[in-house]
Ligand binder design. Structure first.
Ligand code: GLN
Length: 404
């Protein structure tokens, strides 16, 4: 039809527009199952043990610092790669806790949460066809991070019960096209904390294949039974090939503030900063200011945080074991991966669906953490960063569950 034959009706123009092929990259991943489970928890009035965010108040002094920052008029854009005082505080804390000295002027970039930090990192360092090694089960965001940045993932299994990896399998995943390996320690969803020996083995592969280690250390202070968190950047030879991702969310119980950061050597920080700037310009200025105060909290703050979560972990292990789950005890982070073989369900998704609809507890199906969903078909993840009344409600509801 030519333009002179008259305008097509509005509805048919909309229909024509809808036929356009939209992003084929976005078609390759689903919406976040973790966040979907939170929506279902609200819908079914279920106890939300799915998404990892605290349901108790954030520390009073941090909230007061944010209020004060707004009153003091930190209300316009901060420098795109982060307020100087916050970058300085991040550099000081990294040196204090991990002994790694970084230049806040060139090596620290503040982002909107570690989610953006990871995406900006991947978009900043990856070319199409580059390979990225990813341990699985893995935090679900790494899938879309890989697809949107154009990387080809190479998955390496962490195997229960201790979530160790096969060294040969890892070595085989590296090659001349490897741009990076993603290491998440303490690990979501397994609670694994990588040992120095494991990190050194990974280090040797990174050096051999000239690859970056991108390490997501967001749970660094949530660690149990005297286990130590070791930053990859602190290992000999890794200072300049490690990109460390972290943030305020988990350490200071402010997951909604969206303040995270990337610590990267200058050659990597330059493209990461550009991607970050054009994606978000910057994280909320007054909340960055509150971060300056938070990052100077004394060691006792972190000790109490870990002790509090260890008690919750033990409580949740008791609840889940009592209800018939086989639990893999975490050494860090605030999740418990479970095996659901004792229950008569075809897979993790139908189990989680029944759990949220009929029992009233939301959890995350294990398949969300694997490339191949069948790998997670016997697993379900529970979080325990919840107040005692929530844990008690979870216990009460799960007591209605009947193992077969
Ligand atoms: N890290 C949290 C989890 O795994 C959720 C983070 C998020 O939803 N952005 O549950």
């Amino acid at each position: 039809m030519s333009a002179t034959e008259g305008q097509p009706a509005f509805a048919s123009r909309v229909a024509t527009a809808a036929k356009k092929v939209l992003s084929t990259k976005a078609e390759r991943f689903t919406e976040s199952v973790i966040r979907e489970m939170t929506r279902l928890a609200f819908e079914h009035n279920a106890v939300n043990m799915a998404q990892g965010y605290p349901d108790y108040p954030a520390p009073a002094e941090i909230k007061e610092a944010a209020r004060q920052a707004i009153a003091d008029d930190y209300n316009q854009y901060a420098i795109t790669w982060g307020a100087k005082e916050l970058r300085d505080a991040i550099a000081r804390k990294f040196e204090r806790t991990q002994g790694v000295r970084v230049d806040p002027e060139r090596e620290v970039t503040v982002c909107c949460g570690s989610t953006e930090a990871m995406m900006a990192t991947m978009m900043g360092i990856i070319n199409p066809g580059d390979e990225v090694v990813i341990f699985e089960p893995h935090y679900e965001n790494y899938g879309p991070d890989t697809i949107l940045s154009g990387a080809s993932p190479r998955f390496v299994q962490l195997r229960p019960p201790d979530w160790s990896f096969d060294r040969e399998e890892l070595a085989r995943a590296f090659g001349p096209r490897t741009k990076a390996i993603i290491v998440n320690t303490p690990n979501n969803p397994t609670g694994k904390v990588f040992s120095r020996e494991e990190l050194e083995y990974i280090r040797d592969l990174c050096v051999r294949w000239n690859a970056f280690a991108v390490t997501d250390e967001i749970y660094e202070h949530i660690i149990y039974d005297g286990t130590r968190h070791i930053s990859m950047a602190s290992l000999d030879g890794m200072r300049d090939r490690t990109i460390t991702i972290n943030g305020m969310s988990k350490t200071y119980s402010v997951t909604g503030w969206r303040v995270g950061w990337v610590i990267a050597p200058p050659d990597a920080a330059t493209p990461i900063r550009k991607v970050h700037d054009f994606m978000t310009v910057g994280a909320a200025a007054p909340l960055q200011q509150a971060g300056v105060m938070a990052l100077e909290l004394p060691p006792s703050y972190y000790q109490k945080l870990a002790e509090g979560y260890q008690a919750k972990r033990d409580r949740m292990l008791g609840i889940l074991t009592g209800a018939g789950f086989r639990c893999f005890k975490p050494s860090g982070a605030y999740y418990i991966m479970t095996d659901i073989s004792n229950f008569d369900f075809p897979d993790d998704v139908s189990f989680a669906q029944n759990l949220v609809e009929k029992i009233g507890v939301a959890a995350v199906p294990g398949s969300s953490f694997y490339d191949d969903p069948t790998m997670g078909a016997r697993q379900v993840r529970f979080t325990f960063c919840k107040k005692e009344s929530t844990l008690a409600a979870c216990a009460e509801k799960l007591s209605r569950l009947r193992p077969s």
